[in-house]
Design a protein around this ligand. Sequence first.
Ligand code: AMP
Ligand code: ZN
Length: 465
Amino acid sequence: MKIQIYNTLTHSKEEFKPINKEEIRIYSCGPTVYSYAHIGNFRTYVFVDSLRRVFKYNGYNLKHVMNITDVGHLTSDADTGEDKMEKAAKKEGKNPYEIAEFYTKAFMEDMIKLNIDMPNIISKATDNIDEMLEMVKKIIENGYAYETSKGIYFDVSKLDKYPVLSNNKVEGQEAGARIEVDPEKKNPYDFAIWIKAPENHMMKWDSPWGKSYPGWHLECSAISEKFLGKHFDIHTGGVDHIPIHHENEIAQSKGANGIIPANYWMHCEFLLVDGGKMSKSLGNVYTLKELKEKGIEPLAYKLFCFSSHYRNKLNFTFDGVKASQVSLNRLRDGYLKHKNGNANIEENKINEYEQKFHEAINDDLNMPLALSVVWEVIRETDKSKEYAKLIEKFDTVLGLYLKNSEKYIKIDLEIPENVKELLEERKKARQEKNWAKSDEIRDKIKELGYAVKDTANGMEIEKVQ
Ligand code: AMP
Ligand code: ZN
């Protein structure tokens, strides 16, 4: 069956045609590991997980590479501001490598909790400094970059076309509007590929231009080329990558190798909170750990992501994820009923459902539609092991561990509202280091029949038998 995917490069849904049908090569922009990844970040990685699983469902082998950004991502996505890693290091009194190690581990743990299929290769930016330097040299040799007092800049006027992904002007990069105009730059959209390090900069390497460090966009161009070659199938990221990061990656690969590195550029829309941006400064950033404290499993958040197509914005609300938790429990229950059923089902019926599910996932990963097919099977009144098997097959794409339903169903997640409110109050008390109040609330919760445990992953709650 054909696979259709939306390609930001052509602004249209296209039939996927592999470069080499024996192996699909995919590159995904990875996290910047300066703090815990939030659930918005994970919406993008859940999308990548679905992409991988859909290709596997269609019988393809994959070579999938993801980077870990542990240097060079400045507080603005363009080339102004402080390095996010160094900023976090100063704040936490650690060195940037310790920060990177800690948050990379936390990121991987969350990926596992979401049952996200891991890329074949995960590579840190700091492990690819030589490759990045080589690329800078090549770009200069080809006449696409120049040196200023701040670093090496890519000259976008040398390209036949810039930008190529965004339709018109480069959003957020209007010179003088959101970024300062640098008088040394030849064109306002020129960007740093290599940055000269100020004296007190912690992460820096020897280079022909003195102690310096790579620009953020360069790592993805160099790492994708190292592991996937100059030309591969699919490149993924969130929509925020379209106007700057991916434009600049394309520019660099054209400057070094003369070609756009990937045939298909796929972008996941944003997770919003209360209709607006999820941002640390607004205090509306949530992590999986915080959801867990409210009785919401990571897999329920994954199911929540499937409630909207990846190219549509998705508004996060607690009521929304709570509803997904209830749905997940119902899915598990429904699957188990089929597993224990003995009805005989006509092969035709199974094939019809399979066809509908397959068509949905192959239509640009239409997970909401695919999920509606899963529910149709769940609701079948004839309970049958054949349906259970079909759901297991569908779950190779959903990745919700439905096979383990028995284990999960035993956990009673219906915590009463008054207990949830007390948990919130206790969380606040603990943040304020008011231990007396925290203990007092714990006792109140106990009187209501629940025991609270403080673990490395935050508060955990269980019903007292
Ligand atoms: P970062 O760690 O900032 O480099 O981001 C990691 C990934 O999360 C990137 O692919 C971003 O595009 C993506 N991302 C950031 N915020 C959101 C959001 N609110 N919703 C969906 N994806 C996001
Ligand atoms: Zn990238």
